[in-house]
Design a protein around this ligand. Structure first.
Ligand code: PLP
Length: 372
């Protein structure tokens, strides 16, 4: 059998991610591949670190893109910071808190779950109570921007509580970074991971991470070898650590890193706070349009993520048929609900490059057509 080249259709991606990629990023990706120890590439890596520090609002020296998707950033945090026998408090208010629990168990540690209803932010009081009940806990993990529901949790408050109880925090900001306020240093976050494919308008497959000094200290004082060779930061640091002595660890995804570099340059050109404001403004516009169509959101206004809008499916509407129509007739992708929200919500993403007026009007118009 002979196969032909693959030519995907041109879609508008307004689901939970991946989001529309900025054409500048796609163009950057097609530039010539050079060696991953080429001095020109190494200079680009140094710039990348500075750009990521800006995006995360941190001075953390250990700030780098893991060569794999957001789930690998998650694993990088857990396998390096959690050891067998540890107790980790995991706050779960959607799909990704559940995935954190899996990570804790696979590290040989014990998860203590703090559960919140899907669509609600993590409740600080419940975290406080769990830490009082489990004084042996060493780590608290939670999701900043829950993609499965569109709820935003209060990173600073949760981090302060964790620190008062002597714990380090691991924060998932896969959907948060670039779309909503995030200040790693000011908020005292110890370890954080994100993804390239959401509000950074980059292609999927890379996971920016950042670790502060307390987290690095914990990694240095580990008694057990990190169980993952690939994600062991003490080895990865030899390549990403900076300076002239970069050693081969794995072959970096060169062109994907060009793409991430370009997306971060775009972010810097716009300005982080302007990017946050743009996401907010487009969310307000979408919300106004949904209101006129009689559609409502599941998350309370004060906890809503502008970049992920979970919209209630009206009674009697076949939500999958609507998504299919949008895809088939408008080349427009929106997301379905997950877990307890399956069949009950659509998830409309306004992420990065895709958070613009044209997309908002296009989505509202297509949705209205599908619903009449
Ligand atoms: N965490 C959150 C909040 C996410 O939204 C996602 C992906 O959607 C992930 C983790 C996992 O990222 P990836 O799919 O890139 O592995």
């Amino acid at each position: 059998m002979t196969f032909k080249s693959f030519h995907p259709p041109v879609r508008t991606l307004m689901g939970p991610g991946p989001s529309d990629v900025n054409p500048r990023v796609l163009a950057a990706m097609s530039r010539p591949t050079i060696g991953h120890l080429d001095p020109v590439f190494v200079d680009m890596m140094d710039e990348m670190k500075g750009l990521l520090q800006y995006a995360f609002q941190t001075r953390n020296a250990l700030t780098l893109p893991v060569s794999a998707p957001g789930s690998a950033g998650m694993e990088t945090c857990f396998v390096n910071l959690v050891q067998p026998g540890d107790t980790v408090v995991v706050c779960a208010n959607g799909v990704f808190g559940g995935r954190m629990k899996e990570n804790v168990e696979r590290c040989g540690a014990t998860p203590v779950m703090v559960e919140d209803e899907w669509g609600k932010p993590v409740d600080p009081q419940k975290l406080e109570d769990a830490l009082k009940a489990h004084p042996q806990a060493s780590t608290v993990a939670f999701v900043h921007a829950e993609t499965s529901t569109g709820a935003c949790s209060d990173v600073k408050t949760l981090t302060d509580i964790a620190h008062r109880h002597g714990c380090l925090v691991i924060v998932d900001s896969v959907t948060g970074l670039g779309g909503v306020e995030l200040r790693v240093d000011d908020w005292g976050v110890d370890a954080i991971y994100s993804g390239s494919q959401k509000c950074l308008s980059c292609t999927p497959g890379l996971s920016p991470v950042s670790f502060n000094e307390a987290a690095v200290e914990r990694i240095k004082s580990r008694k057990h070898k990190v169980q993952s060779w690939f994600l062991d930061l003490s080895l990865v640091m030899g390549y990403w650590g900076g300076g002239t002595k970069r050693a081969y660890h794995h072959t970096a995804p060169i062109n994907a890193l060009y793409a991430l570099h370009e997306s971060l340059v775009v972010l810097q050109e716009e300005g982080l706070e302007n990017a946050w404001a743009r996401h907010r403004a487009q969310h307000e516009a979408l919300k106004a349009g949904l209101d006129t169509m009689g559609l409502s959101m599941i998350v309370a206004p004060e906890h809503r993520l502008p970049q992920l809008n979970a919209v209630k499916v009206p009674a009697g509407v076949d939500e999958a048929a609507v998504r299919k129509l949008l895809l088939d007739e408008f080349n427009l992708e929106i997301g379905a609900g997950l877990g307890p929200l399956a069949g009950k919500v659509w998830r409309i993403g306004l992420m990065g490059y895709g958070a613009n007026r044209k997309n908002v009007l296009f989505c509202l118009g297509a949705l209205e057509t599908a619903l009449v």
